[in-house]
Design a binder for this molecule. Sequence first.
Ligand SMILES: Cc1ncc(COP(=O)(O)O)c(C=O)c1O
Length: 369
Amino acid sequence: METVWLNPRERSVLPDPVVSDTEVGRVEAFYRSRPKLKPTPLHRIRGVAEELALGEVLLKDESNRFGLNAFKILGVLYAFHRIMEARSSGGTPIVACASAGNHGRAVARAAREFGFAAKVYLPAGTVPARVEDITGEGADVVVTDFGYEGSVRQVARDAEREGWLIVSDTSWPGYNEVPRWIMAGYTWMLTEAQAQWAPLPVPDAVIIQGGVGGLVCAGASWFAQRYGANRPFFIAAEPTAAPCLLESARIGRPAVVQEQDTMMTCLRCAEISPVIWPVLTHAVDAVVTVDDERAAWAMRRLARPSAGDPEVVAGASGACGLGALQAIMCHDAFRSVRDRASLGPRSSILVVNTEGATDPALYRSVVGD
Ligand SMILES: Cc1ncc(COP(=O)(O)O)c(C=O)c1O
Protein backbone atom coordinates (compact mmCIF):
# COMPACT_ATOMS: atom_id res chain seq x y z
CA MET A 1 0.00 0.00 0.00
CA GLU A 2 1.22 3.49 -0.82
CA THR A 3 2.09 5.25 2.34
CA VAL A 4 3.83 8.27 3.87
CA TRP A 5 6.13 9.05 6.79
CA LEU A 6 6.44 12.56 8.15
CA ASN A 7 9.50 13.44 10.16
CA PRO A 8 8.33 14.42 13.67
CA ARG A 9 11.56 16.37 14.28
CA GLU A 10 11.64 20.14 14.01
CA ARG A 11 14.20 21.37 11.50
CA SER A 12 17.48 21.24 13.31
CA VAL A 13 21.15 21.57 12.63
CA LEU A 14 22.54 18.45 10.98
CA PRO A 15 24.70 16.77 13.62
CA ASP A 16 26.55 14.76 10.96
CA PRO A 17 26.13 15.87 7.35
CA VAL A 18 27.60 12.51 6.10
CA VAL A 19 28.73 14.35 2.95
CA SER A 20 30.86 17.14 4.36
CA ASP A 21 31.12 20.64 2.95
CA THR A 22 34.84 20.10 2.48
CA GLU A 23 34.18 17.04 0.33
CA VAL A 24 31.56 18.93 -1.68
CA GLY A 25 34.17 21.64 -2.27
CA ARG A 26 36.59 19.02 -3.58
CA VAL A 27 33.88 17.68 -5.89
CA GLU A 28 33.33 21.18 -7.26
CA ALA A 29 37.05 21.60 -7.89
CA PHE A 30 37.19 18.19 -9.57
CA TYR A 31 34.32 18.80 -11.97
CA ARG A 32 35.12 22.47 -12.61
CA SER A 33 38.54 21.39 -13.83
CA ARG A 34 36.86 19.10 -16.39
CA PRO A 35 34.77 21.49 -18.52
CA LYS A 36 34.37 18.86 -21.23
CA LEU A 37 32.01 17.05 -18.84
CA LYS A 38 28.96 19.10 -19.74
CA PRO A 39 26.03 19.86 -17.39
CA THR A 40 22.75 18.05 -17.85
CA PRO A 41 19.69 20.24 -18.52
CA LEU A 42 17.33 21.63 -15.91
CA HIS A 43 13.91 21.89 -17.57
CA ARG A 44 10.96 24.01 -16.51
CA ILE A 45 8.03 21.71 -17.24
CA ARG A 46 5.19 24.18 -17.34
CA GLY A 47 2.53 21.75 -18.59
CA VAL A 48 3.05 19.47 -15.58
CA ALA A 49 3.07 22.45 -13.19
CA GLU A 50 -0.25 23.58 -14.60
CA GLU A 51 -1.76 20.11 -14.51
CA LEU A 52 -0.76 19.60 -10.87
CA ALA A 53 -1.75 23.16 -9.86
CA LEU A 54 1.79 24.11 -8.88
CA GLY A 55 3.72 27.26 -9.63
CA GLU A 56 6.83 25.66 -11.09
CA VAL A 57 8.14 22.14 -11.69
CA LEU A 58 11.86 21.95 -12.38
CA LEU A 59 13.26 18.69 -13.72
CA LYS A 60 16.97 17.96 -13.58
CA ASP A 61 17.35 15.50 -16.43
CA GLU A 62 20.12 12.95 -15.88
CA SER A 63 19.10 10.71 -18.78
CA ASN A 64 22.27 11.58 -20.68
CA ARG A 65 24.88 12.24 -18.00
CA PHE A 66 28.37 12.30 -19.50
CA GLY A 67 27.18 10.10 -22.38
CA LEU A 68 25.66 7.41 -20.13
CA ASN A 69 21.95 7.03 -19.47
CA ALA A 70 21.91 7.51 -15.69
CA PHE A 71 23.31 9.86 -13.05
CA LYS A 72 25.53 7.25 -11.40
CA ILE A 73 28.74 8.14 -13.24
CA LEU A 74 28.84 11.41 -11.27
CA GLY A 75 29.60 9.56 -8.07
CA VAL A 76 31.81 6.88 -9.57
CA LEU A 77 34.17 9.20 -11.47
CA TYR A 78 34.77 11.26 -8.36
CA ALA A 79 35.28 8.15 -6.21
CA PHE A 80 37.85 6.79 -8.68
CA HIS A 81 39.67 10.10 -8.50
CA ARG A 82 39.72 9.96 -4.69
CA ILE A 83 40.79 6.31 -4.71
CA MET A 84 43.73 7.16 -6.97
CA GLU A 85 44.69 10.09 -4.72
CA ALA A 86 44.56 7.90 -1.62
CA ARG A 87 46.51 4.98 -3.11
CA SER A 88 50.08 4.84 -1.94
CA SER A 89 51.22 1.88 -4.02
CA GLY A 90 51.21 1.64 -7.81
CA GLY A 91 49.75 -1.19 -9.82
CA THR A 92 46.33 -1.41 -11.36
CA PRO A 93 43.68 -2.90 -9.15
CA ILE A 94 40.75 -4.95 -10.33
CA VAL A 95 37.65 -3.10 -9.22
CA ALA A 96 34.38 -4.80 -8.36
CA CYS A 97 30.86 -3.89 -7.34
CA ALA A 98 27.30 -5.13 -7.12
CA SER A 99 24.58 -3.15 -8.83
CA ALA A 100 21.03 -3.22 -10.12
CA GLY A 101 22.61 -2.00 -13.36
CA ASN A 102 23.31 1.72 -13.49
CA HIS A 103 26.06 1.87 -10.89
CA GLY A 104 27.70 -1.17 -12.50
CA ARG A 105 27.71 0.45 -15.90
CA ALA A 106 29.26 3.59 -14.41
CA VAL A 107 31.95 1.55 -12.66
CA ALA A 108 32.65 -0.32 -15.90
CA ARG A 109 32.98 2.97 -17.83
CA ALA A 110 35.20 4.63 -15.23
CA ALA A 111 37.37 1.51 -14.90
CA ARG A 112 37.93 1.52 -18.65
CA GLU A 113 38.92 5.19 -18.54
CA PHE A 114 41.32 4.61 -15.65
CA GLY A 115 42.72 1.43 -17.22
CA PHE A 116 41.41 -1.03 -14.61
CA ALA A 117 39.64 -4.35 -15.08
CA ALA A 118 36.12 -4.43 -13.60
CA LYS A 119 33.79 -7.14 -12.27
CA VAL A 120 30.12 -6.28 -11.91
CA TYR A 121 27.70 -8.50 -9.99
CA LEU A 122 24.04 -8.17 -10.95
CA PRO A 123 20.94 -9.59 -9.24
CA ALA A 124 19.22 -12.70 -10.60
CA GLY A 125 16.70 -11.78 -13.27
CA THR A 126 18.57 -8.70 -14.57
CA VAL A 127 17.36 -8.01 -18.11
CA PRO A 128 19.81 -8.82 -20.94
CA ALA A 129 19.95 -5.16 -22.08
CA ARG A 130 21.57 -4.16 -18.77
CA VAL A 131 24.06 -7.02 -18.94
CA GLU A 132 25.00 -6.04 -22.50
CA ASP A 133 25.42 -2.38 -21.57
CA ILE A 134 27.98 -3.37 -18.93
CA THR A 135 29.86 -5.98 -20.94
CA GLY A 136 29.88 -3.38 -23.73
CA GLU A 137 32.00 -1.18 -21.45
CA GLY A 138 34.50 -4.03 -21.15
CA ALA A 139 33.63 -5.33 -17.67
CA ASP A 140 33.05 -8.96 -16.65
CA VAL A 141 29.49 -9.53 -15.47
CA VAL A 142 28.36 -12.11 -12.94
CA VAL A 143 24.59 -12.56 -12.65
CA THR A 144 24.15 -13.96 -9.15
CA ASP A 145 21.45 -16.24 -7.75
CA PHE A 146 20.41 -13.50 -5.34
CA GLY A 147 18.65 -10.15 -5.18
CA TYR A 148 20.55 -6.88 -4.76
CA GLU A 149 21.64 -7.35 -1.14
CA GLY A 150 22.75 -10.94 -1.76
CA SER A 151 24.81 -9.73 -4.72
CA VAL A 152 26.43 -7.07 -2.54
CA ARG A 153 27.42 -9.75 -0.03
CA GLN A 154 28.71 -12.13 -2.69
CA VAL A 155 30.93 -9.54 -4.33
CA ALA A 156 32.28 -8.50 -0.92
CA ARG A 157 33.24 -12.12 -0.17
CA ASP A 158 34.79 -12.70 -3.60
CA ALA A 159 36.68 -9.41 -3.49
CA GLU A 160 38.13 -10.26 -0.09
CA ARG A 161 39.35 -13.61 -1.39
CA GLU A 162 40.68 -12.28 -4.72
CA GLY A 163 42.06 -8.96 -3.52
CA TRP A 164 39.75 -6.83 -5.70
CA LEU A 165 38.98 -3.25 -4.80
CA ILE A 166 35.29 -2.74 -4.05
CA VAL A 167 33.67 0.41 -5.40
CA SER A 168 30.24 0.16 -3.80
CA ASP A 169 27.56 2.82 -3.67
CA THR A 170 26.08 1.21 -0.58
CA SER A 171 27.88 1.02 2.76
CA TRP A 172 28.13 -1.60 5.50
CA PRO A 173 29.78 -1.63 8.91
CA GLY A 174 33.46 -0.92 8.35
CA TYR A 175 32.99 0.11 4.72
CA ASN A 176 31.82 3.65 4.17
CA GLU A 177 34.63 5.78 2.76
CA VAL A 178 33.99 4.97 -0.89
CA PRO A 179 30.18 5.27 -0.55
CA ARG A 180 30.74 8.74 0.98
CA TRP A 181 32.90 9.77 -1.99
CA ILE A 182 30.25 8.46 -4.36
CA MET A 183 27.52 10.42 -2.59
CA ALA A 184 29.72 13.52 -2.61
CA GLY A 185 30.10 13.14 -6.39
CA TYR A 186 26.31 13.14 -6.79
CA THR A 187 26.11 16.63 -5.29
CA TRP A 188 27.59 18.04 -8.49
CA MET A 189 24.15 17.71 -10.12
CA LEU A 190 22.78 20.08 -7.46
CA THR A 191 25.62 22.54 -7.83
CA GLU A 192 24.80 22.57 -11.54
CA ALA A 193 21.07 22.89 -10.84
CA GLN A 194 21.63 25.84 -8.49
CA ALA A 195 23.34 27.78 -11.27
CA GLN A 196 20.57 26.76 -13.67
CA TRP A 197 17.50 27.66 -11.62
CA ALA A 198 18.76 31.22 -11.00
CA PRO A 199 17.23 33.79 -11.24
CA LEU A 200 14.29 31.75 -9.95
CA PRO A 201 14.33 31.34 -6.16
CA VAL A 202 15.45 28.18 -4.40
CA PRO A 203 12.71 25.54 -4.85
CA ASP A 204 10.20 25.19 -2.00
CA ALA A 205 10.35 21.39 -2.11
CA VAL A 206 12.59 18.71 -3.56
CA ILE A 207 11.66 15.11 -4.32
CA ILE A 208 14.39 12.53 -4.85
CA GLN A 209 13.92 8.79 -5.33
CA GLY A 210 15.86 6.27 -3.30
CA GLY A 211 17.17 2.75 -3.59
CA VAL A 212 19.66 2.40 -0.74
CA GLY A 213 19.34 6.15 -0.17
CA GLY A 214 22.68 7.41 -1.46
CA LEU A 215 21.25 10.09 -3.74
CA VAL A 216 18.64 11.05 -1.14
CA CYS A 217 21.41 11.51 1.40
CA ALA A 218 23.57 13.52 -0.99
CA GLY A 219 20.65 15.78 -1.86
CA ALA A 220 19.26 16.27 1.64
CA SER A 221 22.71 16.92 3.06
CA TRP A 222 23.55 19.41 0.30
CA PHE A 223 20.36 21.42 0.77
CA ALA A 224 20.62 21.37 4.57
CA GLN A 225 24.20 22.63 4.49
CA ARG A 226 23.59 25.28 1.81
CA TYR A 227 20.33 26.72 3.10
CA GLY A 228 20.06 25.72 6.79
CA ALA A 229 16.63 26.46 8.29
CA ASN A 230 15.53 27.99 4.96
CA ARG A 231 16.15 24.82 3.04
CA PRO A 232 13.42 23.32 0.83
CA PHE A 233 11.05 20.69 2.21
CA PHE A 234 12.84 17.46 1.32
CA ILE A 235 10.86 14.38 0.26
CA ALA A 236 12.34 10.94 -0.46
CA ALA A 237 10.31 8.65 -2.75
CA GLU A 238 10.64 4.91 -3.26
CA PRO A 239 8.57 2.01 -4.61
CA THR A 240 5.81 0.55 -2.42
CA ALA A 241 7.43 -2.76 -3.31
CA ALA A 242 10.73 -1.89 -1.60
CA PRO A 243 10.09 0.56 1.22
CA CYS A 244 13.40 0.35 3.10
CA LEU A 245 13.78 4.11 3.62
CA LEU A 246 10.23 4.51 4.89
CA GLU A 247 10.37 1.47 7.16
CA SER A 248 13.72 2.51 8.61
CA ALA A 249 12.50 6.05 9.27
CA ARG A 250 9.29 4.69 10.80
CA ILE A 251 10.91 2.25 13.24
CA GLY A 252 13.83 4.54 14.07
CA ARG A 253 16.66 2.26 12.93
CA PRO A 254 17.82 0.68 9.66
CA ALA A 255 15.20 -1.92 8.70
CA VAL A 256 15.30 -4.96 6.45
CA VAL A 257 12.18 -5.20 4.30
CA GLN A 258 10.91 -8.03 2.14
CA GLU A 259 11.00 -6.45 -1.32
CA GLN A 260 8.57 -7.43 -4.07
CA ASP A 261 8.63 -7.13 -7.79
CA THR A 262 8.58 -3.62 -9.25
CA MET A 263 9.45 -2.13 -12.61
CA MET A 264 11.52 0.43 -10.69
CA THR A 265 14.25 -2.21 -10.50
CA CYS A 266 17.05 0.19 -9.56
CA LEU A 267 15.12 1.16 -6.44
CA ARG A 268 14.41 -2.42 -5.44
CA CYS A 269 16.46 -2.51 -2.24
CA ALA A 270 15.67 -4.29 1.01
CA GLU A 271 18.13 -2.29 3.15
CA ILE A 272 19.32 1.29 3.30
CA SER A 273 22.97 2.21 3.15
CA PRO A 274 23.58 2.52 6.91
CA VAL A 275 25.95 5.48 6.58
CA ILE A 276 23.04 7.73 5.49
CA TRP A 277 21.24 7.40 8.82
CA PRO A 278 21.98 10.84 10.36
CA VAL A 279 20.77 12.60 7.20
CA LEU A 280 17.66 10.45 6.82
CA THR A 281 16.58 11.34 10.35
CA HIS A 282 17.61 15.04 10.40
CA ALA A 283 17.32 16.39 6.86
CA VAL A 284 14.58 14.34 5.17
CA ASP A 285 11.14 15.78 5.99
CA ALA A 286 8.98 13.04 4.48
CA VAL A 287 9.26 9.67 2.79
CA VAL A 288 6.56 8.45 0.42
CA THR A 289 6.16 5.10 -1.27
CA VAL A 290 4.51 4.91 -4.68
CA ASP A 291 3.20 2.16 -6.95
CA ASP A 292 4.53 1.39 -10.40
CA GLU A 293 1.55 3.18 -11.99
CA ARG A 294 2.83 6.51 -10.65
CA ALA A 295 6.16 6.03 -12.40
CA ALA A 296 4.33 4.89 -15.55
CA TRP A 297 2.27 8.11 -15.49
CA ALA A 298 5.46 10.17 -15.22
CA MET A 299 7.22 8.24 -18.00
CA ARG A 300 4.31 8.87 -20.36
CA ARG A 301 3.84 12.48 -19.30
CA LEU A 302 7.50 13.25 -20.00
CA ALA A 303 7.41 11.38 -23.31
CA ARG A 304 4.35 13.34 -24.45
CA PRO A 305 4.87 16.84 -23.12
CA SER A 306 2.53 19.80 -23.34
CA ALA A 307 3.19 22.25 -26.17
CA GLY A 308 6.40 24.15 -25.51
CA ASP A 309 7.78 21.68 -22.95
CA PRO A 310 10.71 19.41 -23.79
CA GLU A 311 10.31 15.70 -24.51
CA VAL A 312 12.20 13.73 -21.86
CA VAL A 313 13.03 10.01 -21.82
CA ALA A 314 12.68 8.62 -18.29
CA GLY A 315 13.17 5.02 -17.22
CA ALA A 316 10.94 3.63 -14.48
CA SER A 317 13.31 4.35 -11.60
CA GLY A 318 14.09 7.72 -13.13
CA ALA A 319 10.43 8.69 -13.19
CA CYS A 320 9.70 7.75 -9.56
CA GLY A 321 10.14 11.28 -8.15
CA LEU A 322 7.80 12.92 -10.65
CA GLY A 323 5.31 10.08 -10.15
CA ALA A 324 5.47 10.78 -6.42
CA LEU A 325 4.81 14.48 -7.03
CA GLN A 326 1.69 13.63 -9.00
CA ALA A 327 0.53 11.31 -6.20
CA ILE A 328 1.19 13.96 -3.55
CA MET A 329 -0.76 16.63 -5.43
CA CYS A 330 -3.68 14.50 -6.59
CA HIS A 331 -4.38 11.74 -4.06
CA ASP A 332 -5.83 11.85 -0.59
CA ALA A 333 -3.43 9.26 0.83
CA PHE A 334 -0.67 11.88 0.42
CA ARG A 335 -2.59 14.88 1.73
CA SER A 336 -0.53 15.09 4.93
CA VAL A 337 2.66 15.58 2.90
CA ARG A 338 1.04 18.14 0.62
CA ASP A 339 -0.17 20.09 3.66
CA ARG A 340 3.05 19.84 5.66
CA ALA A 341 5.05 21.04 2.65
CA SER A 342 2.41 23.73 1.92
CA LEU A 343 2.36 22.79 -1.74
CA GLY A 344 0.08 24.90 -3.90
CA PRO A 345 -0.16 27.21 -6.90
CA ARG A 346 2.79 29.34 -5.81
CA SER A 347 5.15 26.49 -4.96
CA SER A 348 8.17 25.51 -6.94
CA ILE A 349 9.34 21.88 -6.87
CA LEU A 350 12.56 20.26 -8.01
CA VAL A 351 12.49 16.64 -9.19
CA VAL A 352 15.25 14.58 -10.80
CA ASN A 353 14.94 12.18 -13.71
CA THR A 354 17.75 9.84 -12.69
CA GLU A 355 17.83 7.62 -15.79
CA GLY A 356 16.83 7.31 -19.42
CA ALA A 357 15.52 4.17 -21.13
CA THR A 358 17.98 1.81 -19.42
CA ASP A 359 15.58 -1.07 -20.14
CA PRO A 360 14.36 -0.25 -23.67
CA ALA A 361 11.79 -3.09 -23.82
CA LEU A 362 10.18 -1.94 -20.58
CA TYR A 363 10.25 1.66 -21.78
CA ARG A 364 8.43 0.73 -24.99
CA SER A 365 5.89 -1.36 -23.12
CA VAL A 366 5.03 1.59 -20.86
CA VAL A 367 5.29 4.51 -23.26
CA GLY A 368 4.56 2.86 -26.62
CA ASP A 369 6.60 3.35 -29.78
C1 LIG B 1 18.03 5.37 -11.93
C2 LIG B 1 18.29 5.37 -10.47
N1 LIG B 1 17.63 6.24 -9.71
C3 LIG B 1 17.82 6.29 -8.38
C4 LIG B 1 18.69 5.42 -7.76
C5 LIG B 1 18.80 5.45 -6.27
O1 LIG B 1 20.07 5.66 -5.80
P1 LIG B 1 20.46 5.13 -4.35
O2 LIG B 1 20.58 3.64 -4.44
O3 LIG B 1 21.73 5.83 -4.07
O4 LIG B 1 19.35 5.50 -3.45
C6 LIG B 1 19.39 4.48 -8.53
C7 LIG B 1 20.32 3.54 -7.91
O5 LIG B 1 20.89 2.68 -8.53
C8 LIG B 1 19.19 4.46 -9.92
O6 LIG B 1 19.85 3.61 -10.71
